[in-house]
Structures are given as C-alpha cells and as structure tokens.
Design a protein. Structure first.
Length: 243
C-alpha cells in the first residue's frame, strides 16, 4: 500500500465517523421533535467525545489524526513520521488534509440524511446551521480566534505529550480530552478545534437542500480554520520543546 492510500482511506473514514457522530448528537439535541431534544451541552460534549473515540479506532492505521490541526502540529513538532511508515512531510500533510475535509463533508451529509425529517420541521436558521458548524456565543473575531487557538493548543499539546499521534494517546483518552475541552473551553465558540470538522460540514450546509436554512455564515468561517491551525502549531512546538 502506497502512502497516499495508507493516509486517504483511514483518515477519510475516521473523519467521516467523527462528524457523523458529532453532528448527529448536535442534531439530536437541538432539532425539533427528536427524542433527544433539549438534551443540553453535556450531551453534546459527551457525544462529540464518543465520536472522537470511534473515529480514532477507525483511523488507527494512519495515526488517527482526523484533524488538520493535529497533522500540522505533528509536522511542527519535528516528528519524522505521521504514523509508522508514513513520512512527516508537507506533501503527505496535504493528503491528510484532503482526506479529512472530504470525510467531514460526507459525515455531515450522512448526519443530515439521518435527521432529514427533523431538518424539514420549522426551526430557526441558526439552529440548523449549528448542527453542521460552530458559531460564537458573543461575536468578536479577535476573541473568538483567541479561544480557538487556546483550545486547539490544549488538544494538540496534550496529544503530543503522550506520543506522536492520537493513536498513541489512545481512543478513550482522546475522547475524554475532547469532552474536557468542550466542557471547559467550548462555551465561547462551540470548540471547533478542527478545521475539517467545521469547514467540511459548513460546505455541506451550503449545498444541501435544507428548508429555511439561511446563511452558512461564511464571514465567520475563517475563525474555526485559522484558530485551530495556529493552536496546532503552538501545541506541536511546545511539545517538542519540553520533550
């Protein structure tokens, strides 16, 4: 198996499962007439954590990055490999990013199909967008960016402090880390902490025929991309410095 296939297949599938579970729990908690309606913030936190747990297991062969910020953080740390047999270089990083973004898009479409009847119900446009992508509680691009940088720094630094990739941290530990970040730092922005997690589903929201969906909020969309990438680099650099 060449490096392209070794990266693309597990990262695509792992990120797809991540978003199917993550967007799915948000849909269950906030869309009208679901059995989980009004399930609350902690249901969403734990649902995303368990989605990470499943995504890490599925993508173990590629190091279970399922997040461009993690891949970039590993490269910034000076690691020689992204996963056993996969060289850490710019070209391979781009393959990870493509696989993650496409997997996130497909996972969001599957979450939409699973909740199709509930998307067809009347609800605020912002509620329907929130199933797919993040948004700020208080809109301030500067401080929203700071929040995403800090939260993603915590994610990547902790992961790399345990090993070279999320697979070394372990699926359960990675899941609990994401639950903890959501519970502690998720309130201001919804804790994207993953550019693919936000951008792929936002594109899905843009193209899907969702009644009354409104804007995809492209004006905010750069925050959950740039913030996590900066946080990933900082986490990778500090992990290398203290190793």
């Amino acid at each position: 198996m060449n490096a392209f296939t070794a990266i693309m297949v597990p990262e695509f599938l792992g990120t797809m499962i991540l978003i199917l579970g993550g967007a799915g729990v948000v849909a269950n908690a906030i869309l009208p007439k679901t059995k989980g309606f009004n399930g609350g913030w902690l249901l969403i936190n734990f649902g995303w954590g368990l989605a990470v747990f499943a995504g890490v297991y599925v993508s173990m062969a590629s190091g279970a990055h399922i997040n461009p910020a993690v891949t970039l953080g590993i490269l910034a740390s000076g690691a020689q490999e992204f996963a056993p047999g996969i060289e850490a270089n710019f070209g391979n990083m781009l393959v990870y990013w493509v696989a993650q973004l496409v997997g996130a898009f497909v996972g969001a479409v599957l979450a939409y199909l699973a909740h199709k009847q509930h998307f067809d119900e009347e609800a605020e446009a912002g509620v329907k967008l929130a199933v797919f992508s993040t948004g700020p509680a208080i809109r301030s691009y500067t401080w929203n960016l700071v929040t995403e940088v800090i939260a993603t720094f915590m994610l990547v630094f902790v992961i790399l402090s345990f090993g070279n990739a999320p697979v070394d941290l372990g699926p359960l530990a990675a899941a609990l880390l994401v639950v903890g970040i959501g519970a502690s730092l998720g309130g201001p922005t919804g804790y994207a902490i993953n550019p693919a997690r936000d951008l792929g589903p936002r594109i899905a929201h843009f193209v899907l025929p969702i009644p009354g969906k409104g804007s995809s909020d492209w004006g905010y969309s750069w925050i959950p991309v740039v913030g996590p990438l900066v946080g990933g680099v900082l986490g990778g650099l500090l992990a290398a410095a203290v190793a």
